[in-house]
Design a protein around this ligand. Structure first.
Ligand code: PGA
Length: 250
């Protein structure tokens, strides 16, 4: 059984005060939610205030990025153990914005995943094709390369995959549930090639313009195990609705 995971990726949004305010409004909205793992990834500067505000709740904290070295002269970087130290349980690695704007490659992603897992963090490993790659029929080749290079030498424990078609991020253009399922199935088959039966227990999240209005249609798909949510995670009400609509009412 794969427990659904719904993660908020706040990107470069929210001060410490806004973070505390969000959490104070969000927690009462999800107080009776069961059977879904909830994760929030604020900017580094808000991690400590988020941790304080989340005390006593089931909501977990994630970093949005990490560096692979433990310490040293790496101005601006944060290590896996520093994320653990402030209470993070997960880290997002390889987000397409990091690949696009900050020179992240399959190799740097691979190092970050290895170091994060070694430090005991769960990793949300992001992959996905651009519009041009999809239109030229390269989607599966791209996913295959991102998986094999990103996961080189890496075991399955602590791993979560986020399939985020780049053309669907922040554009309001969501992959259809069938497109998502097709990609997720392909990803699971690739993971089976690497890890055998264990691939069945790895969660594959969908990301890209997820909203309260489309989460249920995505979550009913067999290989969609949760969501990585950007824009719609910035308001407590809409993020809470996504969390609630991610599982069928019992
Ligand atoms: P979006 O972002 O929900 O705003 O499309 C998703 C993401 O980039 O993780």
């Amino acid at each position: 059984m794969r427990v659904p995971l719904i993660a908020a990726n706040w990107k470069m949004h929210k001060t410490t005060g806004e973070t505390r305010d969000f959490i104070a409004r969000f927690l009462p909205l999800v107080g009776d939610v069961r059977g879904v793992e909830m994760v929030i990834a604020p900017p580094f500067t808000s991690l400590t205030s988020a941790m304080d505000a989340l005390e006593g709740s089931d909501v977990k904290l994630a970093g949005q990025d990490v560096f692979w070295q433990e310490s040293g002269a790496f101005t601006g970087e944060v290590s896996p153990s520093m994320l653990v130290d402030v209470g993070c349980r997960y880290v997002i690695v390889g987000h397409s914005e990091r690949r696009q704007y900050f020179g992240e490659t399959d190799d740097t992603v691979n190092r970050k995943i290895a170091a994060s897992l070694a430090a005991g963090l769960g990793v949300v490993f992001c992959i996905g094709e651009t519009l041009q790659e999809r239109e030229s029929g390269a989607t599966f080749d791209v996913l295959k390369r991102q998986i094999s290079d990103g996961l080189k030498g890496i075991g399955p424990d602590g791993l979560v995959i986020a399939y985020e078609p780049v053309w669907a991020i922040g554009t309001g253009r969501t992959a259809t549930p069938d497109q998502a399922q097709e990609a997720h199935r392909f990803i699971r088959d690739e993971l089976s090639g690497l890890y055998g039966e264990t691939a069945r227990s790895i969660r594959i999240l969908y990301g890209g313009s997820v909203k309260p209005g489309n989460i249920s249609s995505l979550m009913v798909k067999e290989d969609v195990d949760g969501a990585l949510v950007g824009g719609a995670s910035l308001q407590p009400e809409s993020f809470a609705d996504i969390v609630k609509f991610s599982t069928p009412p019992t």
